[in-house]
Write a protein that binds this ligand. Sequence first.
Ligand code: C2E
Ligand code: CA
Ligand code: CA
Ligand code: CA
Length: 276
Amino acid sequence: AQTSDNTPIVQYRPEMLASCAEYRPDYNELKLALKNREFFLVYQPKFDLPSMQLQGLEALLRWRHPLRGVVSPLVFISVAEQTGLIAAIGDWVVKAAIMQMESWQRQEGVYVSVAVNVSPLQLKDDGFVARIKALLNLNGIAGEFLQLELTESSLIEDPRRAHTIIAELRSAGVQIALDDFGTGYSSLAALQTYQLDYLKMDKSFVQKIQTRQGRSVSHAIIQLGHALEMRVIAEGVENAEQEAALCALTCDQVQGFLYSHPLSADQCLAFMKQSG
Ligand code: C2E
Ligand code: CA
Ligand code: CA
Ligand code: CA
């Protein structure tokens, strides 16, 4: 199929991610991709346990490469970080997510919270918080609808700065989640000094939850999150046994292929309308 200007129509399907392990784009390619608007966001739903009510979405970045098809962020985020392009790409992601919320709210009457992944390097930029607040204001979106997923390295590299940024964001209503929890190097002492809204248990723990030891470790993580007054979300939930275990361990939210793959904005809107 072709559009009138002869560009091929690539129907986006989540499983279509180009799996080219050796491919490593360079600075110029990524810069051109940004300029040519080849990046787009897909959205994966998150649900409350045990009600299974839709709780929000996580925005995940994709690159529609002119020759290679849809490229995974695992292929290009590290390059973007090493070349400094992550600042511009990260800004684009925040803007695109907020503009999508604006469109869903104004045109569809759909109010949904969207979580955006933030690279540690983005926090180094002095204007980070101000730009987010300006974008929320400009689009008339309440801060409560935006969630930022930070990793442990964001907290430990420059803790004073991280404390300031998190306090500023939270006072604007923005929710903060600690992503990939358990895979980084943050100490419990450090963790305790932060006020965070969500702890995201890494999917590697969910994958082991059906073993006796894996279940105990997940239990400990969930209890730790609750002790620190955070809600705990499990990512990478793929089967009903994992869901049952998470439910029994009082995990608060779930996300994973069991419920939905990441969806294009249109697919996601249909999903939200149908799930009420
Ligand atoms: P992440 O933040 O931990 O995101 C979760 C990843 O797990 C996503 O991969 C998602 O598609 C995948 N996933 C979701 N459900 C399941 C499941 O049930 N099983 C399994 N095995 N995987 C599942 P994705 O989209 O390829 O993203 C990979 C990583 O790239 C993300 O990991 C995140 O660290 C990074 N990333 C994605 N988008 C952005 C972005 O906008 N900015 C930055 N800085 N990083 C991003
Ligand atoms: Ca994430
Ligand atoms: Ca994660
Ligand atoms: Ca991850």
